[in-house]
Ligand binder design. Structure first.
Ligand code: XMP
Ligand code: MG
Length: 189
């Protein structure tokens, strides 16, 4: 479908086509529904901004009463690498103490962001706290992280689409894609 997109000339390779993502998100939603059935209620915490698309699709595949909330974090430093120092730009609106909380993230790279978020949310005493990430780059991991729900493991390539951006753009591509090298050279920072 994204052959129709005007962004396709910037794309070197479609790594995961939209149909495969949708099937995976459906499977994850069914697994989460089974696992949380006895608790009935679930609070999904999306990490802005990359997780917005997977959050919207995943929540509709979970057949339980779900609430959603969002956090925005930023690792200091620019570009395509994580510095490990995490700053909370937007905190949760909800009090999560005693709640069953599932963090929803687009991608785990070094793991530093989620490891920080996990520690920070655990301090607020949720009844349970798990992680769901659509993508993971295991080759880049710098800290151990227990990810209960994982979509795809991908190679160490910078990817965009389905919520993931480069310089703020390409989040609306339906597929997970690798950009052409010349796109990185030419984009504004
Ligand atoms: P860490 O290293 O803390 O980083 O696990 C996670 C965050 O890094 C960003 N990230 C990417 N963003 N394409 C992106 O658009 C990528 O390939 C990529 N790898 C890491 C992302 O913000 C993620 O939340
Ligand atoms: Mg992110």
């Amino acid at each position: 479908m994204s052959e129709m997109s005007s962004m396709m000339p910037d794309v070197q390779e479609v790594l995961i086509p939209s149909e495969e993502i949708q099937q995976k998100v459906k499977d994850l939603g069914e697994q989460i529904t089974r696992d949380y059935r006895e608790h009935r209620r679930l609070l999904l915490v999306g990490v802005l901004r990359g997780a917005v698309i997977v959050m919207g699709d995943l929540m509709r595949r979970i057949d339980l009463p779900c609430e959603i909330d969002f956090m925005e974090v930023s690792s200091y430093g620019a570009g395509t690498t994580s510095s490990g120092v995490v700053r909370i730009l937007k905190d949760l609106e909800e009090d999560i103490s005693g709640r069953h909380v599932l963090i929803v993230e687009d991608i785990i790279d070094t793991g530093l962001t989620l490891s920080y978020l996990r520690r920070s949310l655990l301090a607020r005493k949720p009844a349970s706290l798990e992680i769901c990430a659509l993508l993971s780059k295991p080759a880049r991991r710098r800290v151990e992280l227990d990810v209960k729900y994982l979509g795809f493991e991908i190679p160490d390539e910078f990817v965009v689409g389905y919520g993931l951006d480069y310089a703020g753009c390409y989040r609306n591509l339906p597929d997970i894609c690798i950009l052409k090298p010349e796109v990185f050279g030419g984009a504004a920072s």
